[in-house]
Design a protein around this ligand. Structure first.
Ligand SMILES: Cc1cc2nc3c(=O)[nH]c(=O)nc-3n(C[C@H](O)[C@H](O)[C@H](O)COP(=O)(O)OP(=O)(O)OC[C@H]3O[C@@H](n4cnc5c(N)ncnc54)[C@H](O)[C@@H]3O)c2cc1C
Length: 400
C-alpha cells in the first residue's frame, strides 16, 4: 500500500447535508466510513438558507443522531397555505390526524449537528479540506486519489458531491440539465405578527415567494425572480427591500427586519441518467437537483441516503460485498420511480406556477380548488406528501 493510504468499506465524497447524514447513519452502526470534503465543515457559516423537512426526513435525521441538536432551532409546519391570485388553498396537518407535516430548520444548524455527530464516531474518518482528484475501479475495490496524494481504497464509493459532481463525471454517468431563467433570493426575517406555524407560498408569474416559519417570530424567505430582477432586489437598501417584501406578501407578517443578509441562488433542474456505475452510487444533488418550489430537494435526497444505508447495512450483516453490482442494481431500482417522478413533477409544477398565461392560471387555480374541496383527494395528497412510497425502514422511524 502507498505510504499515505487508507482502507475503508465506504468512501463518501462530499460533506454536505446528504453526505454527512449517510456517514453518521452508517458510522452509528459501526460501519467503516471515510468522508472527504473539499471545504472544512468546521467552517460552516450561518446563512439565510433553511430546509423544510417532512416527517419521513426527520426520522432519517433522527437515525443520524443529529436531530436533538436541531430541535430548538426548528419550527413545526402545521399548515401549508398556497395563495394564488387572491385564492387561498390550505392544507392542515390536523385534517389527517398529524400534529405537523414536518419542520423547517436552518441548513447551517443541520449541517453543523451532522458534522459534530460524524466527528464523534470512531468508525468514521474525515479528510477535510481535501478534494477528490480521480478514482479507478479494480476488481473488488476502488482506489481514490485526493489532492494531497493520499490514496483511499474502498469497496464502495458514494458520490455526495453536489450538482457539479466530480464522481458523476469520473464514473461517466451522463446528466441532463435545464437552466431556469430564475434565481431564488433567501434570507431570514424577524416579524411583528405570529406566523402561527403556517407556511405560505404566494404565486407570481416570475416564480413563488414562500414564507416558512422558524421558532418565535422569525421566518425564512424563498423568493423566486428572474435573474435580472433578483439582482435589482438584492441591491436595494434594507428598508426598500422590506417594503417590497411586505407589499408582495400582503403584510401577512407585519413589520419586518432582516436577520440575515439576502443572498441569491441560480435555479436549475439536473437529472443524472443513472445513479450507479461499477462500485459507485450517487446520492442527493450529485444525482438530482430540483427547483425549491415544492421544498422537495433534500427530502428526496434523504430518501436516497436511507435506502442506500439500509442496503449497505443489510449486505454487511450477511457478510456480502457492499459494492457488489447486484446491490447497486437494487439501489438504482428502489430509487428510480421516486427520483424520476419528483424531478419531472417539480419541473412541471415550476412551469405551471411560474407563468402568467391566463388559461394556464385558470387551469392551475381550478386544479388547486378541486383538490382542496374534495376531502378524500386532499387527504390523499397530504398523506402522499408526508410519506412517499419508498419502502425505507429509516423513513418509517424503524432502526437501521
Ligand atoms: C433556495 C433553496 C431552497 C431550498 N429549500 C429546500 C427545502 O425547503 N426543502 C428541501 O428538501 N430542499 C430544499 N432545497 C434543496 C437543498 O438545499 C439541497 O438539496 C441540499 O442542500 C443539497 O445538499 P447536498 O448534500 O446534496 O449537496 P451540497 O450541499 O452541494 O454538498 C456537496 C458537498 O460536496 C463537496 N464537494 C464537491 N466536489 C468535491 C470534490 N471533488 N471533492 C471533495 N468534496 C467535494 C462540496 O464542498 C460540498 O460540501 C433548497 C434549495 C435551494 C437552492
Amino acid at each position: 500500500m502507498h505510504k499515505d493510504s487508507c482502507q475503508t468499506d465506504i468512501l463518501i465524497i462530499g460533506g454536505g447535508i446528504a453526505g454527512l447524514a449517510l456517514a453518521a447513519i452508517l458510522g452509528r452502526a459501526g460501519i467503516a466510513v471515510t468522508l472527504v470534503d473539499n471545504a472544512p465543515p468546521s467552517d460552516i457559516k450561518p446563512s439565510g438558507r433553511t430546509v423544510a423537512l417532512m416527517l419521513g426526513s426527520i426520522n432519517i435525521i433522527k437515525a443520524s443522531g443529529a436531530w436533538s441538536a436541531c430541535e430548538d432551532h426548528a419550527a413545526a409546519l402545521e399548515i401549508m397555505r398556497i395563495r394564488d391570485n387572491k385564492i387561498d388553498i390550505e392544507f392542515d396537518s390536523a385534517e389527517i390526524g398529524q400534529e405537523e407535516f414536518g419542520y423547517n430548520v436552518p441548513n447551517s444548524i443541520l449541517r453543523s449537528a451532522l458534522y459534530e455527530q460524524v466527528k464523534s464516531l470512531p468508525s468514521v474518518s474525515l479528510h477535510t479540506p481535501r478534494t477528490l482528484k480521480n478514482y479507478l475501479t479494480e476488481n473488488n475495490r476502488i482506489v481514490a486519489e485526493l489532492d494531497d496524494g493520499t490514496n483511499i481504497f474502498a469497496r464502495l464509493l458514494v458520490g455526495a458531491d453536489g450538482r457539479n459532481s466530480r464522481v458523476r463525471e469520473i464514473a461517466g454517468i451522463k446528466s441532463h440539465e435545464i437552466k431556469y431563467d430564475q434565481q431564488a433570493i433567501t434570507c431570514i426575517v424577524n416579524h411583528s405578527h405570529s406566523h402561527n406555524n403556517t407556511s405560505t407560498e404566494f404565486h407570481f408569474p416570475a416564480g413563488p415567494l414562500a414564507l416558512v416559519p422558524l421558532p418565535g417570530n422569525q421566518s425564512s424567505i424563498v423568493w423566486v425572480e428572474t435573474p435580472e430582477r433578483a439582482q435589482e432586489i438584492l441591491s436595494l437598501k434594507e428598508s426598500d427591500f422590506i417594503n417590497l417584501l411586505r407589499e408582495k406578501t400582503e403584510d401577512l407578517l407585519g413589520g419586518m427586519t432582516l436577520e440575515t443578509k439576502p443572498e441569491s441562488w441560480p435555479l436549475s433542474s439536473v437529472r443524472a441518467r443513472g445513479m450507479t456505475a461499477p462500485r459507485t452510487a450517487l446520492i442527493a444533488e450529485a444525482a438530482h437537483v430540483m427547483s425549491p418550489i415544492t421544498a422537495q430537494g433534500l427530502n428526496l435526497s434523504l430518501r436516497d441516503v436511507a435506502v442506500l444505508a439500509e442496503i449497505i447495512a443489510d449486505a454487511l450483516r450477511l457478510g456480502l460485498d457492499p459494492g457488489a453490482q447486484t446491490l447497486l442494481k437494487k439501489y438504482e431500482s428502489r430509487r428510480r420511480l421516486d427520483v424520476t417522478g419528483h424531478v419531472f413533477g417539480v419541473d412541471g409544477m415550476n412551469r405551471i406556477v411560474s407563468n402568467d398565461n391566463p388559461l394556464l392560471q385558470k387551469i392551475r387555480q381550478s386544479g388547486f380548488q378541486t383538490l382542496s374541496r374534495i376531502t378524500p383527494l386532499k387527504k390523499f395528497a397530504m398523506r402522499a406528501g408526508l410519506a412517499p412510497v419508498t419502502g425505507s425502514r429509516l423513513a418509517g422511524g424503524e432502526p437501521l
